[in-house]
Design a protein around this ligand. Structure first.
Ligand SMILES: [Zn+2]
Length: 80
């Protein structure tokens, strides 16, 4: 599996801290090198922060849209 795809698969565990330390280290190494994955991880983290600091289900539509677009871009670049 490509590392970019793997990160997308493990992203929620990674952000939850519920991830194997070896895999976490592997992901962090990849994030240093791969700007696309870094953007996806940062965007997702921001979205979660917004979600945690606001009323339930109050993720702004624009944020959700941006996250979705970032994921779509990521998926496309991984396939090419
Ligand atoms: Zn990547």
């Amino acid at each position: 599996m490509k590392m970019c795809t793997k990160i997308m698969t493990e992203l929620s565990d990674y952000l939850d801290e519920g991830i194997d330390p070896a895999l976490r280290a592997e992901i962090e190494q990849h994030l240093i090198k791969c700007k696309n994955c870094r953007i996806v991880v940062n965007t997702t983290k921001k979205t979660i922060d917004i979600f945690c600091n606001s009323e339930p289900a109050a993720i702004p539509e624009t944020t959700r849209q941006k996250l979705y677009e970032a994921l779509q871009r990521k998926m496309r670049s991984c396939r090419s």
